[in-house]
Design a protein around this ligand. Sequence first.
Ligand code: APR
Ligand code: ZN
Length: 262
Amino acid sequence: MSIEEVAKALAKARHAVVFTGAGVSAESGIPTFRGANGLWEKYDAEEVASIQGFMRNPKAFWEFAEELIIKSEAKPNPAHYAIAELERLGIVKAVITQNIDMLHQKAGSKEVIELHGSLSKVKCLSCGREYDWEEIASEISKVSKMAGVSKAPQCECGSYYLKPEIVFFGEALPADAMKKAIEHASSCDVFMVVGSSLVVYPAAYLPFIAKDAGAKLVIINAEPTHADSHFDYVLHGKAGKILPEVVKVLKDYRQVKDEKRT
Ligand code: APR
Ligand code: ZN
């Protein structure tokens, strides 16, 4: 598979959709969940990222939350900017992301569908009070310097059940986000996956919904995935390197086509 073939498929697309996972943010310094040095090698996902685990012991989540702070302070990388450029060129109509780091928006993407929520708000499950993520995050980074002090932030009502607006394992995905994602997957003609192991459902159904609707499937991923054989175009490598090359070749291709037309 070549970059040229992917660029040509995108250049001809009437309605392309990009679907991203943690791998698109890896070159922004954010650890992925699986693959080399994945977060689930270090933490027990059931304990720190499931709703059952959180209700049992919210402090375990907030120990893990330092990793999330990295996400909220990170900067977009060339992959995010290339995806935003594809939207500006009128090729990509939406980015469907599993990520909670808001880096697509920071890179300029407008139509971003966040399937797993984002690190923007924190809500107290006891009294309903809402806080900005930054407010709580700064408090965690402060206390984490004082050894032995619990990192779990407390609500003004005294509760420790402060939960960020992200989807924990065992929770339903936001219905409106899923509905929009399915609409795009069902009506696109190119569905491009970037940086996902495609092992978490229902998000991982989306490429197959697109395929059933007749779309061409593209995957750009550092490692092979279990789903690669279902894809029309498979590029293994770093998204931050591959995507800018795809955009460059695509722009050259469109320019040549426009010149032939004149
Ligand atoms: N460029 C492209 N792909 C990369 C890069 C990179 N620079 N670095 C890593 N990858 C690939 C890895 O090879 C891996 O296959 O990105 C993929 C990331 O997979 P996961 O860590 O499983 O992330 P993701 O697919 O987003 O996980 C889905 O699982 O834990 C939950 O809620 C969490 O949203 C997350 C969901
Ligand atoms: Zn409260």
